[in-house]
Structure formats: C-alpha cells, structure tokens
Ligand binder design. Structure first.
Ligand SMILES: [Zn+2]
Length: 120
C-alpha cells in the first residue's frame, strides 16, 4: 500500500460517512464501495505495508517553521468542524512545536496530505 492509496481510502471513508449518516464507519465504507462496484480495502492492524504508508505520511506532515529565526517544525493537523477555526471555514492548520506559530488553511487535511506525499 502506498501513501496515496492510504489517503484515497481515508477520503473514500469520509465520503461514505457523509453519504450514509448514522451507519457505522466500516459499514458505510463497504456500502459506498459496493455501489461503485468496487471492493472495500480492509486494513489489518500491524500490517507492515500500512505502517510504512502511515509513517511516510507522518514524516510528510512535518515541515520547517516559516517564522524567521525559528528552527522548529510545523505539524499539519486537521481542524474539527465544531471548533473556532472550523466554524470560520478552516479545515487544516500547521502549528510550530517551538514558537507555536500557526498557519490556518481552508484546504482539507487529506488534500494537504496528498499534496505533501506526492511532492515528497
Ligand atoms: Zn516556529
């Protein structure tokens, strides 16, 4: 499994949950795939390929801080719809672990991840 495949699956799950509200996540995903004539991808816990993909993404979410004079790392995080940033229309943010400088983005967290993993 490549990081792109992992993100694609995550995005499909998000879509599925929206399409079938009230269903259990795994069930919604299976239904969503079945409607499209595709097979749901099951991830086994401890699967090496999955761990490798996850780790690659984790590394990709860390970028050097853009504040002058700071040598910290900024980490990409998703913003929840219910919190202050989410209500203002933001979907993801990067926060520096050292100076706590924050950069908000209206791009979806998974979208950012996909960009990062394809450019990395
Ligand atoms: Zn910083």
């Amino acid at each position: 499994m490549t990081p792109e495949e992992f993100i694609k699956r995550e995005q499909e799950i998000q879509e599925a949950v929206k399409a079938y509200p009230g269903r259990e996540m795994g069930e919604a995903y299976r239904l969503w795939k079945a409607v499209r004539g595709e097979k749901a991808i099951t991830l086994k816990t401890g699967d090496k390929a999955v761990e490798v993909a996850k780790n690659a993404l984790k590394v990709a979410t860390k970028t050097p801080c853009i504040q002058p004079g700071c040598d910290g790392e900024m980490e990409l995080e998703s913003v929840c719809g219910g919190c202050v940033e989410g209500r203002a229309g933001y979907k993801s943010k990067r926060t520096c672990g050292k100076c706590l400088f924050r950069e908000l983005s209206k791009k979806d967290y998974l979208e950012c991840l996909r960009e990062l993993s394809t450019t990395a």
